[in-house]
Ligand binder design. Structure first.
Ligand code: ADP
Ligand code: ASP
Ligand code: MG
Length: 439
């Protein structure tokens, strides 16, 4: 059994839903994970935002517009009036729920319920369309098996325990369809796996059922060697090691959710990134093999803050770095990059929450400088330290760009540079010119 995940663009219109149904039929008894139709989650965020500002009319207007779009899609999708009626009923449930939340006593937990409606609707529409096509498709409720624990991490034991019997319960099913992104948290409330989280759903399901492969179907022909939103000359990378793909995803390659590689890696399940618009394109295979002696790809992570703590107390003294880490840890702010010298340490974080408190405490042990609006540029490949020349090429590519920090040697797969946000596009392009001149 495989897990096939289709992103928002892949199910973004009636025609695309039809194309996906055609693509998955005859590929085996697999689990199909769907995102919400493109634009939907952003619109749902907008609705929640209006409500948090007590602009109930703004929210109602946005709900009406979204409903019109969905009515148009289902009118085009089904030829069978009975299927259209059933789809209308399913959409009615979601829109009635959204309207029931459109009042001025908005609570934070309401946002999660609002955001869950996109995936609930796209999967209901797909299930009914497949049924219309004569496919015995079973709709699996993610809110019953996808759960996170007290730390917000996926509870893989629970997912396995609930999902596997659910599948076994339907021996006649041709296919299963389920919602990406949505889950319940440790207190049983509706929650989600963060934006782009459908990739993580697919990987978690793959791990739970020991899938033969996890396929991430999207709108581009695989993981490219740089971010195609900022660099023109990018090409797909045929193969990546799990750790290389994990670094790229964590450091900004939007094509994969930051943590989705891990469940696949731990269970040694290959991930294939494929293009719904060009299904025969080779795509990218992510697995447990390193193709050595090459740099594979570059990614950029935005919204980074650099904090430098200088102290003469660090000189020859033990415990200084421990104290610095402890302060960040007490405020639950994970550190991404680190650079140290004998008299100071620079670290980066990606979230300004509680930063004033952190700075206050750091000032007790050293002189603190903060740089906002920074970007981590992450170069990924076979960067094992015996391989000569690769890091030199990357450093040389950035010769005209001010670099605030460099981190190398933390893994065999990456060298990271911290630059100003305004230098991001220049840095990405300079790296493509230097590292992939033939493309
Ligand atoms: P989906 O809706 O299918 O989940 P996403 O928008 O989340 O799709 O991810 C696909 C997009 O990721 C591509 O259209 C591309 O713009 C962007 N992207 C960023 N970095 C890369 C990369 N290294 N390779 C390919 N695509 C990338
Ligand atoms: N629909 C969600 C989002 O837009 C999850 C996903 O598409 O992966 O973030
Ligand atoms: Mg995505």
């Amino acid at each position: 059994m495989k897990v096939l995940k289709f992103g928002g663009t892949s199910v973004g219109s009636a025609q695309r839903i039809k194309d996906v149904a055609e693509l998955v039929r005859g590929r085996g008894r697999n689990i199909i994970v769907l995102s919400a139709m493109s634009g939907t989650t952003n619109t749902l965020v907008e609705i929640a935002d209006y409500l948090s500002r007590k602009n109930v009319n703004g929210a109602k207007d946005t709900i009406n517009n979204l409903e019109n779009r969905y009515r148009g899609v289902i009118a085009e999708l089904y030829s069978d009036p009975e299927m259209l009626r059933m789809a209308t009923e399913r959409l009615d449930e979601s829109f009635a729920l959204l309207r029931s939340l459109a009042h001025d006593n908005f609570e934070a937990s309401d946002e999660k319920i609002i955001l869950a409606q996109g995936e609930l609707m796209s999967t209901a529409m797909m299930e009914l369309y497949m049924k219309e096509q004569g496919i015995n498709c079973v709709w699996l409720p993610a809110l019953e098996f996808m759960r996170t624990d007290e730390n917000g991490e996926a509870d893989i034991d629970y997912i396995t325990e609930i999902l596997c019997p659910m599948i076994e319960h339907h021996p006649d099913a041709d296919l299963f369809v389920t919602q990406g992104f949505i889950c319940r948290n440790s207190t049983g409330g509706i929650d989600n796996l963060q934006r782009g989280g459908s990739d993580l759903t697919a990987s978690l399901i793959g791990a739970a059922i020991h899938a033969a492969e996890i396929e991430i179907w999207t709108d581009i022909d695989g993981m490219h060697n740089n971010d195609p939103r900022f660099v023109n000359r990018t090409t797909p990378v045929a193969e990546l090691h799990f750790d290389e793909a994990a670094e790229l995803a964590y450091f900004g390659a939007k094509i994969l959710h930051p943590t989705c590689v891990m469940p696949a890696k731990f269970n040694n399940i290959p991930i294939r990134v494929l293009n719904t618009m060009d299904p025969t394109a080779r795509g990218t295979l992510i697995y447990n093999t390193v193709h050595s002696r090459s740099i594979k790809s570059v990614a950029a992570k935005d919204g980074v803050i650099a904090v430098k703590i200088k102290s003469s107390r660090m000189l020859m003294a033990s415990g200084f770095i421990h104290r610095v880490f402890e302060i960040f840890d007490n405020y639950k702010r994970p550190i991404d990059m680190i650079a140290t010298s004998e008299v100071g340490i620079s670290v980066t974080i990606d979230n300004p929450l509680k930063l004033e408190h952190i700075i206050d405490e750091l000032k007790e042990i050293g002189t603190v400088t903060v740089d906002y609006d920074m970007v981590i540029i992450c170069v990924v490949g076979d960067l094992e330290w015996h391989n000569r020349g690769f890091e030199a090429k990357a450093v040389d590519a950035l010769r005209d760009i001010p670099v605030r920090m460099i981190s190398y040697g933390g893994s065999n797969y990456n060298i990271s540079f911290l630059v100003k946000a305004e230098d991001k596009v220049g840095a990405l392009n300079a790296l493509t010119d230097a590292l992939f001149p033939e493309t």
